[in-house]
Design a protein. Structure first.
Length: 245
């Protein structure tokens, strides 16, 4: 299985040359925000550099940040969407549904998901004919996330259940109705599976995490992830994520 080292990638703006990339109609890049004003400009700059030569758009979906994130997003993104605070999963779905291209890349705005990897992920997505490609970290930091991977990763289709560094075929999730509330993006994989979309993985070495992740401190974050794990496990036991024929 191929592996990508993020620290190396961030040192260059060169993108892979490939006939699959050259034939792309375009790609939509979606991220969600809440109080991320310091990341909007560097995020958009690095995404545009990574996708130089590839038609693309950047969509930022903001959960009504009080710090001015939305106003900055209006300046730097191609589309800025402001909505009530509903969480990351809903924001990602809103962004995907507003994408103009059939291929959509999602990633976190804080640059823990290196934008320089996007062309490589798209190549893998296209060459493997995936419905969703999940960039899975070699090192998953929280024990609650590692437990989730162990308990439901195989069934859900990706060992890094909560990684939102993904490439989607838009029709794998667009128009869906979320049933589980906030799941940090995991429910979108169940929706894709239920629609019969193939879920693939791409393994990479992640850069260091930021000091104050959006999910919260260690104890709070682990409790929130464990709560989501319980919701996902129960839903899957009841048949959610099973392909409907």
């Amino acid at each position: 299985m191929k592996q990508f080292t993020a620290s190396t990638a961030c040192q260059t703006n060169t993108r892979p040359t490939n006939k699959l990339l050259e034939s792309l109609e375009g790609v939509s890049v979606v991220t969600t925000t809440y109080n991320e004003v310091n990341y909007v400009e560097p995020f958009t700059e690095r995404v545009r550099a990574a996708l130089a030569g590839i038609p693309h758009e950047i969509i930022i979906v903001d959960d009504s940040s009080p710090d001015g994130t939305y106003d900055l997003a209006v300046r730097y993104a191609d589309k800025a969407i402001k909505k009530v605070r509903e969480g990351q999963t809903k924001g990602l779905l809103v962004g995907i549904e507003n994408a103009k291209y059939p291929i959509v890349v999602t990633l976190d705005i804080d640059l823990e998901n290196p934008p320089e990897m996007i062309p490589t992920l798209i190549q893998e997505f296209l060459s493997k004919k995936c419905g969703v490609l999940v960039a899975c970290r070699t090192l998953i930091p929280r024990f609650s996330e590692r437990l989730s991977s162990k308990l439901i990763g195989r069934d859900i289709g990706a060992r890094d259940v909560y990684s939102n560094f993904r490439v989607y075929s838009k029709d794998c999730v667009a128009g869906a109705k979320l049933r589980l509330g906030e799941t940090f993006g995991a429910e979108l994989l169940l929706i894709a599976k239920e629609r019969g979309c193939r879920i693939c993985e791409y393994i990479y070495d992640p850069p260091p995490r930021r000091k104050k992740p959006r999910v919260g401190g260690t104890i709070k974050a682990n409790l929130r992830v464990l709560h989501v794990l319980a919701k996902l496990k129960i839903a899957m036991m009841r048949g959610y994520g099973t392909t409907k024929r």
